[in-house]
Design a protein around this ligand. Structure first.
Ligand code: GAL
Length: 340
């Protein structure tokens, strides 16, 4: 295992940003930027042994700063949407930044993806940390966050989230990597399997209503592996509202997801202790140049964002995102790569 950290660039504000790289003996290499604790690249061998970069991203820091889409970023304090950009906790109302119409998205105007984190090297890992101050984007409590990216000998990228707050608060951390297991082009041929019989119903703003819908007989049934593109154009209200898949599935145990590219032979298995995974087919990804100048756009990737169900503070019965003062939060998601 080799772990190195090198300068990547400076933000427009003059802060130094680092790029850490972890490589295992099988040739898998992951690059993480201290800007946004962002996964910039994941190189894995395909079925011929050639390396493919299976994560969308940019070559320069300026592009990360200028562009939307959260490519590869750590999102928080609360990833995904909070309806009405407000929540109640301990009898008090907390208004949050509105950055998605009337709603709050991915931590607000300046979420965790837009900060420079501290970065340190471990034996087989990169450890990113930052303190989100009390009141940031409207959230109560100073939150100390550590996100550890580990590459294992058997070619998994493991992401460990740890956090602690000095006041009661809400937390829902995830990673926003756009996966393309072919290394580029459309991801609609990728075959996806999910261990989920139910998913969160969305309103017209991709905000969960609080109802869980059964996937049986719908385009949302991924219990048997099928190409992402097979049913994405089906005449179903939930697909129409989101312009594709952009929904949180309720996980049921076993691997959360298995994604496979027939073109490269690369298979990725996702394991998590989170109750949900947001499946997002890059519906809002406007065409833009990425690494090496290759154009990427809508449907050219799929995000598998493991998390608590979105809008949980406003939906009775959803697992709670409340983190009590002084209590440790810890969560793990692993993305394991293989070929077949
Ligand atoms: C996803 C979210 C989408 C969109 C995207 C960023 O996590 O589900 O609705 O906001 O992030 O463009």
């Amino acid at each position: 295992m080799a772990v190195t950290i090198a300068p990547f660039g400076r933000t427009a504000a003059g802060e130094e940003v680092l790029a850490g790289r972890i490589e295992n003996a099988a040739g898998m290499a992951v690059t993480v930027l201290s800007y946004g604790a962002t996964v910039q690249s994941i190189q894995v061998p395909d079925r011929t042994g050639g390396l493919r970069d299976v994560a969308l991203g940019y070559d320069t820091l300026a592009e990360y700063e200028a562009n939307d889409g959260y490519l590869g970023a750590t999102v928080g304090r609360v990833g995904n949407r909070i309806g009405g950009a407000r929540f109640w906790l301990n009898g008090q109302e907390y208004p949050l930044a509105k950055n998605d119409g009337e709603n709050h998205l991915h931590g607000g105007v300046r979420g965790f993806d837009k900060y420079v984190w501290d970065m340190a090297a471990g034996a087989d890992s990169l450890i990113c940390s930052r303190v989100s101050p009390d009141g940031e984007e409207g959230y109560p409590g100073a939150l100390t966050v550590t996100v550890t990216f580990t590459v294992t000998a058997d070619s998994a990228l493991v992401i460990d989230y740890a956090a602690r707050s000095d006041r009661d608060t809400v937390v829902n951390l995830t990673n926003h990597t756009y996966f393309n297991l072919s290394g580029g082009g459309s991801a609609l041929d990728h075959e996806l399997r999910l261990s989920a019989r139910r998913f969160c119903e969305n309103d017209g703003g991709c905000l969960p209503t609080g109802r869980l819908l059964d996937v049986t007989g719908t385009a949302f049934d991924f219990r048997e592996s099928k190409p992402l593109g097979r049913d994405i154009g089906a005449a179903e209200e939930q697909l129409r509202l989101a312009g594709g898949y952009d929904h949180c599935f309720a996980l049921e145990g076993g691997p959360a997801a298995v994604l496979y590219s027939p073109a490269s032979g690369i298979e990725m298995t996702v394991e998590t202790d989170m109750p949900g995974v947001q499946v997002y087919t890059a519906n809002f990804l406007t065409p833009r140049p990425g690494k090496g100048g290759a154009v990427m756009g809508q449907r050219d990737a799929v995000c598998l964002e493991t998390q608590l169900f979105p809008n949980a503070m406003n939906c009775w019965g959803f697992p709670s995102p409340v983190l009590r003062a002084g209590k440790p939060l810890s969560s793990r998601t692993a993305y394991r790569f293989a070929v077949r």
